[in-house]
Design a protein around this ligand. Structure first.
Ligand SMILES: [Zn+2]
Length: 446
C-alpha cells in the first residue's frame, strides 16, 4: 500500500527552453521523409527521434500473424516520375513524395494518356493541391497530381516509373518506456505512417517526443509508455505482442493533428467516463479556451484498436481540428505553413496539465471535520491567490475541506464545484501543510 507518494508537480516552466520551437524544428526535419506503413522512411524517422529520446526500435517480420491481420510486406521507394514524350519530367517524386500512390507497385513502362489517367488521383475542388492516397491492402500503382497538372496533360505517350519494392521485410515501430514509481501505466500512442503531411501527423510525433523527453526529467507516479506506430496495423501489432501487459494501462491518449490553429477537440474513450476522459475535460474547461468534446465512435485513429471490445482501454483521442474536418486534410496543403509553434505549444501545455492531473489526483481526509476549522487563526483566510483571486482561493479551501472524507477525489470535487482542479490542488497542499488534511490514499484508476 503506497500511502504517501510524493510527486513533483509537472510544471511547464521546467520544460525544455522553447519546446514549441524545438517541436517545430523537428517537424521541419521529418517533413521531407517519405514514410509509409513500413520501410526505411519509418526507420529514418525513428532514428531522428532517437536523437531526442532513447526509444527502442522494434522490427516485426512480414507475415507475422497479429490477431485477424498479418504484418504486410515492406514497401520502399527510391524514385518515381512521369516523363512526357519529349523526355521532360513532368511529375517528380523527389519534389513531393505525395505524388506517388503510397504502397504503389514498382512499374516502368510507356502508357497512353488514357491509361495514365486511370492511375491518377486529383482534387478538382482544390486544383492546386496534391492529394495523399494509399493502396496498402490492394496491389496497384498510381500518381497523385494537382488537378491543374492533370488538365495540362496533352494527348500522347508517357513514360511512368516507380522505382519501389514490395517485399518480405519488417514492420517497424518505436517504443519509449519511462519507469515511474508504480507499475500502472499511461499509454500514449501516435501514428508515424504518413509522408509529407505536417499536422497529420508530424505534429503528434513531435508532441509525443517532447512530452516524453520532458516527463523523463520528473519523478512520476505512473509509468509512461510512448508508442510511435504505423496506423491501424501498428497498434494491432503492438496490442497482439503486448497483450499480457495491457492490464497495467490505467489511462491513455492517442495524439493526432495537434499543430493546426483550431480549438482542441477530445474524443472520449469507449468507456465514456474513464478518469482520462474526465481529466481531459476538466483541463479543457479550466483553460478558458474554446474546446469540443466528441463521443466515442469506432472511426478515427488507433483508439479504434485500443478501444476494441476485447481491450476497451481507457484511451481517448486528443486532437485540435479532427481528421477530415479541415480542407487541407490529406493534401499537400497540410504543410509547414498550416501548423504553428503556438498551436504546438498550446497542445504541449494542455497535455502536461492532463498528466499533472492524473498524477496528482487523490482523495483526502479532513482532520478537523466537526464544523469548519477557523482559517483566520491559521493564516489561511484568503491565503491563496492574489487580491483578485482571494475569494476563489477561499472557495477552493471550503470545497476541499467539506468533501475530504476519503470518498471524493479532487477531480470529483472539481466537477461538482466548478472550482478548477489546479485551485483545489493548491488548497489541498496548503491544508495538508497546516495539518488540516491528509491524503486518504493514492487514487489509482481501477
Ligand atoms: Zn491521416
Amino acid at each position: 500500500m503506497q500511502e504517501h507518494i510524493t510527486i513533483e508537480r509537472l510544471d511547464l516552466k521546467e520544460a525544455q527552453p522553447d519546446p514549441a520551437g524545438q517541436m517545430y524544428e523537428l517537424i521541419q526535419k521529418l517533413y521531407p521523409i517519405c514514410r509509409s506503413l513500413t520501410g526505411n522512411g519509418v526507420r529514418d524517422t525513428l532514428k531522428i527521434l532517437q536523437k531526442h529520446i532513447p526509444l527502442t526500435i522494434h522490427e516485426v517480420p512480414t507475415n507475422t500473424p497479429v490477431f485477424d491481420w498479418t504484418v504486410p510486406k515492406e514497401w520502399n521507394i527510391r524514385d518515381a516520375y512521369i516523363k512526357s514524350s519529349n523526355g521532360e519530367k513532368i511529375v517528380d517524386f523527389n519534389k513531393c513524395n505525395l505524388h506517388v500512390l503510397n504502397y504503389s507497385l514498382p512499374i516502368q513502362k510507356k502508357v497512353s494518356l488514357d491509361e495514365l489517367k486511370r492511375h491518377i488521383f486529383t482534387l478538382p475542388e482544390h486544383p492546386d493541391w496534391i492529394p495523399y492516397r494509399t493502396s496498402y491492402y490492394t496491389e496497384n500503382w498510381g500518381f497523385c497530381l494537382s488537378h491543374n497538372q492533370l488538365s495540362a496533360l496533352a494527348d500522347g505517350e508517357y513514360e511512368v516509373c516507380i522505382d519501389a519494392s514490395l517485399q518480405n521485410g519488417h514492420l517497424t515501430y518505436g517504443e519509449y518506456f519511462l519507469k515511474g514509481q508504480t507499475e500502472d501505466e499511461v499509454l500514449i500512442s501516435t501514428h508515424i505512417c504518413h509522408p509529407s503531411l505536417a499536422n497529420d501527423n508530424l505534429s503528434g510525433i513531435a508532441l509525443a517526443a517532447f512530452l516524453s523527453k520532458h516527463l523523463s526529467t520528473l519523478a512520476l507516479k505512473y509509468s509512461y509508455r510512448f508508442l510511435f506506430v504505423p496506423g491501424t496495423i501498428g497498434s494491432i501489432t503492438w496490442l497482439c505482442q503486448s497483450e499480457s501487459n495491457v492490464g497495467k494501462i490505467k489511462h491513455g491518449l492517442v495524439l493526432a493533428c495537434l499543430g493546426d490553429p483550431g480549438k482542441v477537440t477530445y474524443k472520449r474513450s469507449r468507456r465514456g467516463d474513464a478518469e482520462i476522459d474526465r481529466a481531459v475535460i476538466q483541463v479543457l474547461r479550466q483553460s478558458g479556451d474554446p474546446y469540443e468534446i466528441l463521443e466515442f465512435s469506432p472511426y478515427g485513429y488507433d483508439e479504434r484498436q485500443f478501444c476494441s471490445p476485447g481491450f476497451n482501454l481507457p484511451m481517448g483521442c486528443l486532437m485540435r481540428t479532427p481528421h477530415g474536418c479541415f480542407p487541407e486534410y490529406h493534401t499537400s496543403a497540410d504543410n509547414l505553413e498550416f501548423i504553428s509553434p503556438q498551436s504546438l505549444a498550446d497542445s504541449f501545455s494542455k497535455c502536461l496539465s492532463i498528466f499533472n492531473l492524473i498524477e496528482t489526483n487523490a482523495a483526502y481526509v479532513n482532520l478537523n471535520p466537526k464544523c469548519e476549522p477557523q482559517l483566520g487563526k491559521r493564516g489561511l483566510y484568503r491565503a491563496i491567490g492574489g487580491q483578485t483571486d482571494a475569494k476563489a482561493g477561499e472557495l477552493a479551501i471550503l470545497w476541499v475541506l467539506n468533501f475530504s472524507d476519503g470518498n471524493f477525489s479532487l477531480l470529483d470535487i472539481a466537477e461538482r464545484s466548478d472550482v478548477g482542479y489546479d485551485k483545489l490542488k493548491s488548497a489541498a497542499d496548503l491544508l495538508t501543510e497546516h495539518a488540516l488534511l491528509r491524503p486518504h490514499r493514492p487514487v489509482i484508476a481501477k
